[in-house]
Design a protein around this ligand. Structure first.
Ligand code: HEC
Length: 132
């Protein structure tokens, strides 16, 4: 009886916490895949860094599409389409859907870095982004 009450309380808390929960879930998963302590500064460094384009085109950066100021809308470098701000503080939709996050990590890391991001790198980026 007691246990059941506690379960209900815990589940309702999960519903309330919302996006913090999605990020925490992702971090727990990355840890189970071998990542250790996450570091927001390392996440910011990955975000700001320029990566050479293997085909000799312009260097690639996360900030190229999402802008360096995460509270501002970005613009897709290829299509010119507006990208809503990345900062959850101004765009509450961000980091609320783990499937969406993983889908775009995959695409954007491959495009920008020329490879998939490691669980450690994804976690670092998430702890950096979630504070913005
Ligand atoms: C060529 C343009 C482009 C680049 C470069 C780019 N992104 Fe994105 N990113 C997008 C688009 C387009 C979306 C999906 C549309 C949207 O979310 O507004 C997106 C969405 C995301 C999301 C989903 C966030 C959420 O929960 O809504 C994450 C996380 C993300 N990008 C991370 C990165 C990281 C990390 C890098 C650098 C390794 C990066 N992006 C580089 C275009 C880009």
């Amino acid at each position: 009886m007691r246990m059941r009450m506690m379960l209900v309380v815990v589940l309702s808390l999960y519903a309330v916490v919302g996006n913090a929960d999605v990020v925490d879930q992702a971090l727990a998963q990355y840890r189970s895949q071998g990542a250790s302590e996450f570091n927001a500064a390392a996440g910011k460094a990955l975000w700001d860094k320029s990566y050479p384009d293997a085909r000799g085109g312009e260097a690639r950066r996360c900030a190229a599409c999402h802008t360096a100021d995460l509270r501002q809308p970005g613009k897709h470098t290829q299509t010119g389409k507006v990208i809503e701000p990345m900062a959850p503080s101004v765009n509450p939709q961000r980091l609320t859907d783990i499937k969406f996050v993983e889908k775009w990590f995959l695409r954007n890391c491959k495009w920008t870095l020329g490879r998939e991001c490691t669980p450690q790198e994804k976690g670092n980026v998430l702890v950096f982004l979630r504070k913005m």
